[in-house]
Ligand binder design. Structure first.
Ligand SMILES: Nc1ncnc2c1ncn2[C@@H]1O[C@H](COP(=O)(O)OP(=O)(O)OP(=O)(O)O)[C@@H](O)[C@H]1O
Length: 318
C-alpha cells in the first residue's frame, strides 16, 4: 500500500502539487491523469524521491519513504519513463541488470534474472540479450525498459507516459502486456498518462489532477458515472461516455439464456466490441461462447443498450 498524505511540492512560486492525499492499495494499477503541467510527473517522482516533497509524507508498506536514503528507496521501486531511458552504450542484458549490479547480486543470479525477464517480456534472449538499444524497435525498447524496472523484483512500479512514443497497434499490445504482467507479479503500479482512454482501460483507480490539485480519485466506472467536477467531465468526453462505459464491461455481464444465429462472440469480449460486431453484422442478437467453446446463451442489442446509459441515481436509504 502507498499512502500519500497532504503532499505538496513548490518550485519557486509554482505550486506543482497542492496538498494531495490518496491511498493506493497493494497490487493495483492506479492511473494519474490530467492536462500538461497539472503535476502528474511531480507527484509520481515524489514517490521514489527523484523529487523531494516540500511538505507531507509518503509511506510504502507502512514505512515513511523519508526514513530511507533516496538511492536505497529507488532500488526497491521500478521506474519506467517515456523514451525508456535505456543506456545507449550498454547491451540489452547490461541495461536490464542495472539494479541487480548495483545491489551486488552474484553474476549467475543476475544472468538468470536477465534471461527470466527477457522471456517474461517475450524477447528471445539469444537474439536480443547482446543487442544495443538503437538496434531495437520502439516497442522492443519499451519492453526492455519495463524488464529493467522489474529486475530487482520491486513491489512498486512507477510509469511515466510509458506508452507515449508507441504507435497505436504496438501501444495496445504493450498495454495488454502490462495488464498480464501486473496480474502475474502482483506489483503495485502507478501510471502517469494524459490519455483518459488508456487510464480507463488499464487502471483500477484513476486520480484526476488539475493545477496541482487532486480533483477526484475513483474507479473508472465511478468516474464515468459520477464525475465530481466539470473538468473531470470534460476530460472523460461526454460524447464518448456510453461507449467508454461499455468498454469496461464484458459480454459475460450481459449474457442471457436463449438462441441466436451467427458466429458466436467470446464472453470475454467487451460490450463495446460486441455492439460494434452487432452493428457490423446488422444483427440484434448473437450467440455467446465461453473459453471452452461451449455456447452459454446470447447477447442482445437491447441488453447492451440497457448498460450504456447513466446509472440511476441511487435512492436514499429507507
Ligand atoms: N524542476 C522544476 N522546476 C520548476 N518548475 C517545475 C519543475 N518541474 C515541474 N515544474 C512545474 O510544475 C508544474 C507541474 O509539472 P509536472 O511535470 O509535474 O506536470 P505534468 O502534469 O506531469 O505535465 P506533463 O504532462 O506536461 O508532463 C508545471 O507548472 C511545471 O512547469
Amino acid at each position: 500500500m502507498i499512502e500519500i498524505e497532504h503532499v505538496s511540492r513548490r518550485f519557486g512560486t509554482t505550486l506543482a502539487v497542492d496538498d494531495v492525499s490518496l491511498t493506493l492499495e497493494r497490487g493495483t494499477i492506479t492511473a494519474v491523469v490530467g492536462t500538461s503541467g497539472s503535476g502528474k510527473s511531480t507527484l509520481l517522482r515524489m514517490i521514489n524521491r527523484l523529487i523531494e516533497p516540500s511538505s507531507g509524507a509518503i509511506r510504502i508498506a507502512g514505512q515513511d519513504t523519508a526514513s530511507l536514503s533516496g538511492e536505497e528507496l529507488r532500488r526497491g521501486i521500478g521506474y519506467v519513463i517515456q523514451g525508456h531511458g535505456l543506456f545507449p552504450h550498454w547491451t540489452v542484458a547490461r541495461n536490464i541488470a542495472t539494479v541487480p549490479v548495483l545491489l551486488k547480486w552474484e553474476k549467475a543470479r543476475i544472468d538468470r534474472r536477465v534471461s527470466e525477464l527477457l522471456e517474461l517480456l517475450q524477447l528471445d534472449a539469444t537474439v536480443y540479450a547482446n543487442k544495443y538499444p538503437h538496434q531495437l524497435s520502439g516497442g522492443q525498447q519499451q519492453r526492455v525498459g519495463v524488464a529493467r524496472a522489474l529486475a530487482a523484483e520491486p513491489a512498486v512500479l512507477l510509469m511515466d507516459e510509458p506508452f507515449g512514443a508507441l504507435d497505436p497497434i504496438i501501444r495496445s499490445q504493450a498495454q495488454a502486456d502490462l495488464l498480464a504482467l501486473q496480474r502475474r507479479l502482483g506489483v503495485t503500479v502507478v501510471l502517469v498518462t494524459h490519455d483518459m482512454e488508456e487510464a480507463l482501460h488499464l487502471a483500477g483507480h484513476i486520480a484526476v489532477m488539475d493545477g496541482g490539485k487532486l480533483l477526484q480519485f475513483a474507479s473508472p466506472a465511478e468516474l464515468l458515472a459520477r464525475p465530481k467536477h466539470g473538468f473531470v467531465e470534460r476530460l472523460i468526453g461526454t460524447s464518448d461516455r456510453p461507449f467508454r462505459l461499455l468498454s469496461l464491461r464484458s459480454v459475460a455481464d450481459a449474457v442471457e439464456p436463449g438462441d441466436a444465429e451467427g458466429r458466436p462472440v467470446p464472453d470475454t469480449t467487451t460490450l463495446h466490441d460486441a455492439l460494434a460486431d452487432l452493428l457490423w453484422r446488422q444483427a440484434t442478437s448473437l450467440p455467446v461462447m465461453s473459453a471452452d467453446g461451449a455456447i452459454r446463451g446470447r447477447i442482445t442489442m437491447a441488453a447492451i443498450l440497457a448498460r450504456a446509459g447513466a446509472p440511476a441515481v441511487s435512492s436514499p436509504p429507507e
